[in-house]
Design a protein around this ligand. Structure first.
Ligand SMILES: Cc1cc2nc3c(=O)[nH]c(=O)nc-3n(C[C@H](O)[C@H](O)[C@H](O)COP(=O)(O)O)c2cc1C
Length: 206
């Protein structure tokens, strides 16, 4: 999670927001949050929202990354409507911290997905071949069978990344930090990019 260190960059609200995010995530990890990188991912298809948890696998000036199956329900949502919202909750920080990220979503370049896939445990790599994520599973034995097939197929070498598995990048145009406080006197700091691409920041009533 690296950001350009220049003084100009440091003064830009977007860089300030990313630096704040990094700092909070590091504190959440240090505070022993059980799943600090877990985030709700909300997508919308035909006007109907769908939400599920995925894991953040990096955030930098390009955006917030996660990995999944490109034929899953969430991928179908994103094919139809490339906008998403992310939501983190870190209960152990202060009186609770929430971070909300919204933006357009794009697929990561194959090279990035290859690089991340190569770092995954072999069992997860085989699982990516075996799972038809979000498709009906008529019989759990069918999944075990597909896993065994993948094991046999790649028994003698590395497991390549399936082309149906890879990463997405949420390119933010809005990042909100919500800091819980006693008596509901919460603080909300919003960073947003306008149509001209200029980032500004401000506060909201809780
Ligand atoms: C803590 C946690 C982490 C998860 N991380 C991921 C992830 O990084 N990628 C993923 O595809 N699914 C992940 N899942 C499973 C998703 O929540 C979801 O069940 C799955 O992606 C199918 O969603 P869909 O049918 O809406 O596409 C995770 C679930 C939990 C509870």
């Amino acid at each position: 999670m690296e950001h350009p260190p220049s003084a100009a960059a440091a003064a830009d609200p977007y860089h300030t927001a990313l630096a704040t995010f990094d700092e909070l995530l590091a504190h959440a990890q240090a505070a022993g949050e059980p799943e600090p990188t877990a985030m709700t991912l909300a997508t919308v298809r035909d006007g109907r929202p769908h939400a599920r948890i995925v894991l953040l696998k990096g955030a930098d000036t390009r955006g917030f990354r996660f990995f999944t199956n490109y034929t899953s329900a969430k991928a179908a949502d994103l094919d139809a409507n490339a906008w998403a919202a992310l939501c983190f909750h870190w209960k152990r920080l202060r009186d609770g911290v929430q971070v909300r990220v919204e933006g357009r979503v794009e697929k990561l370049p194959d090279a990035d997905s290859d690089a991340y896939f190569a770092t995954r445990p072999r069992g997860s790599q085989l699982g990516a071949w075996a799972s038809l994520q979000s498709q009906p599973l008529p019989d759990p034995a069918r999944f075990e069978q597909r896993y065994a097939q993948a094991q046999a197929q790649y028994a003698h070498g590395p497991v390549p990344r399936p082309s149906h598995w890879g990463g997405y990048l949420v390119v933010p145009d809005r990042i909100e930090f919500w800091y819980g406080a006693q008596f509901r006197l919460h603080e909300r700091h919003v960073y947003a990019r306008d149509a001209a691409g200029v980032w500004t920041c401000g506060m909201l009533y809780p």
